[in-house]
Design a protein around this ligand. Structure first.
Ligand SMILES: Nc1nc2c(ncn2[C@@H]2O[C@H](COP(=O)(O)OP(=O)(O)OP(=O)(O)O)[C@@H](O)[C@H]2O)c(=O)[nH]1
Ligand SMILES: [Mg+2]
Length: 502
């Protein structure tokens, strides 16, 4: 029996990026012909996409750990690493993706919608890419960053291909039980069903899901009874089956007027924008309870009128199972055609891609945290954290490069403003994952900038000062040297050292 799984927790692990390569080109008469280390490839991302051909989350229930490929390492001779194969996970239309805390990340309500759930790691740049006019032969490369690793919950809001609608006690739950392996509660009193039951129907090559929507009554679309709740379940179904009761003894009712009441309710129900109004979806009619003598008679009686209105009509009995086969094939065909149409539409329509996070406006933030040995300064931000992950800490040049990058986005200035002094502990990254540094401000930092009066740039001044001073000092040194030499020469002459024999 197929179990209907509507909620599952998944563990995703996107592939890490490949490391960049450090390599130096060697030629016969040019042993050091420049850096040629290639870049590492990016890791593959993990993406969910709403696929009309999927009906359940069953496969994820069986296999909850999913990972995508990592990127390849860069190699010498400018060879870049391969890009990791992305992993596209098909989910039924109507799947909601939540994070581990239950916060909704995406609602894949339309066929073809995509959501990148776990981004692959970035490949590290090789030393060829890191070279520039100032840094002609970098002796380091960047490491690939790890891919995102996270836990998500998938939840499939009740989505059935076909919704069974009709009056209470028309036999909708009985029909589900007869067509599928589902075992809904069936009873002789109205509103037995309070939550839709789902069943998976397998009829030859067709496989689709059906739901028995709790009985509808007049005024349901205005919220009468449990009306709106019920109709919400119909919202995502692609076809409707009207189950009409031919065995009711209620004098005020007959299949045609029952149908009219239900149609009116469906017409008044406001579907969310972008969705097909309920009545524009394909509809079939099942005249139920024909095992009862009066039932068959009534069914034969109303059938022509319904057919005249353009409906395909099936006379069925959930008790004797008469007519169920034809009905299940007809529904299967209908659903199949609907899926094909949706797929074709997908091919033309640009696919909607949902991106997880908005771009960070600020590169980083600094949090001052107290500590036993003075404050520590924690730097949080996508960029600095990624840069740290890319750094090979065994390589001094790589560390220097990290410092340059941090400096460029103003980390030093910000640290200085936050009160950090030389030797302060600086942590980049959250919690215990953070990497701890001793801060050593470089000379070009704002440390000098902020202490000098507005409008001046102490770096320029200092440069100028050093050069003039240097020049002057050099001059004096030279002059003094000359004077001293002259004085000495004089003394020597006086002492008769330089007396020349004539
Ligand atoms: N004789 C006969 N009785 C049927 C048939 N189908 C359903 N019934 C009976 O009708 C009653 C109501 O059936 P349900 O399947 O619970 O009806 P429902 O449409 O799900 O009703 P709600 O859940 O209240 O909306 C039960 O007593 C069933 O045994 C049928 O084909 N023949
Ligand atoms: Mg029911």
């Amino acid at each position: 029996m197929a179990t209907f799984v509507d909620q599952v927790t998944l563990y995703l692990r996107a592939g890490e990026g490949g490391n960049g390569c450090v390599s130096v080109k060697r030629e016969k008469f040019k042993p050091l012909a420049g850096p040629d280390g290639g870049d590492g490839g990016n890791g593959g991302s993990i993406t969910f996409f709403a696929d009309p051909q999927e009906t359940t989350l069953l496969s994820y229930h069986h296999k909850p750990h999913r990972s995508s490929d990592k990127g390849g390492f860069g190699m010498g001779d400018w060879r870049n690493g391969y890009t990791g194969q992305p992993l596209d996970l098909p989910v039924p239309v109507g799947t909601v993706v939540r994070d581990a805390d239950g916060v909704e990340l995406a609602d894949l309500s339309e066929p073809g919608m995509r959501y990148v759930a776990a981004e692959g790691g970035q490949g590290g740049l090789g030393n060829a890419s890191l070279a520039n006019t100032k840094r002609k032969a970098p002796g380091f490369a960047l490491l690939g960053t790890p891919g995102e690793e996270l836990q998500v919950q998938l939840e499939l809001k009740i989505v059935a291909d076909v919704a069974f609608v009709g009056y209470p006690s028309a036999g909708k739950s009985s029909l589900i039980a007869a067509m599928s392996a589902a075992k809904p509660k069936i009873a002789d009193y109205p509103f037995t069903t309070l939550h839709p039951n789902l069943g998976v129907v397998q009829a030859a090559q067709y496989r689709y899901t059906v739901a028995d929507v709790p009985g509808l009554i007049e005024g349901a679309s205005e919220g009468k009874g449990l009306g709106l709740d019920f109709l919400r379940h119909v919202e995502r179904c692609s076809a409707l089956l009207h189950v009409l009761d031919c065995g009711t003894l209620d004098p005020g009712r007959d299949p045609i007027s029952d149908l009219d009441v239900i149609l009116e309710e469906l017409r008044s129900y406001p579907v969310p924008e972008g969705q097909t109004p309920l009545l524009e979806r394909p509809q079939l009619i099942a005249l139920n309870k024909i095992d009862l003598p009066d039932g068959r008679e009534l069914a034969d009686f109303v059938r022509p009128e319904l057919e005249e209105r353009g409906y395909r009509v099936f006379e069925i009995s959930t008790v004797s199972h008469e007519g169920l086969k034809e009905l299940s094939f007809a529904l299967g065909e209908l659903i199949e055609r609907d899926r094909e149409a949706k797929l074709a539409e997908l091919a033309i329509k640009p696919r909607i891609v949902l991106r997880p996070r908005p771009v960070d406006e600020k590169d980083f933030e600094i949090r001052v945290e107290g500590g036993t040995h003075g404050n520590t300064y924690r730097i949080l931000g996508e960029k600095p954290q990624r840069w740290v992950a890319q750094t090979d800490f065994a390589n001094d040049e790589a560390i220097g490069y990290l410092a340059d990058r941090l400096n460029k986005i103003g980390v030093e200035d910000a640290l200085f403003k936050a009160g950090a002094v030389a030797g302060s502990a600086v942590i980049i990254g959250p919690g215990s994952q953070g990497i701890v540094f001793d801060w050593e401000p470089t000379l070009t930092s704002a440390a000098e900038l902020t202490v000098s009066p507005r409008g001046t740039d102490s770096r320029l001044e200092e440069n100028a000062r050093t050069t003039t001073r240097e020049r002057r000092e050099g001059y004096y040194e030279r002059m003094d040297g000359k004077a001293a030499a002259r004085a000495e020469l004089e003394r020597e002459r006086e002492g008769g050292v330089w007396k020349v024999d004539e």
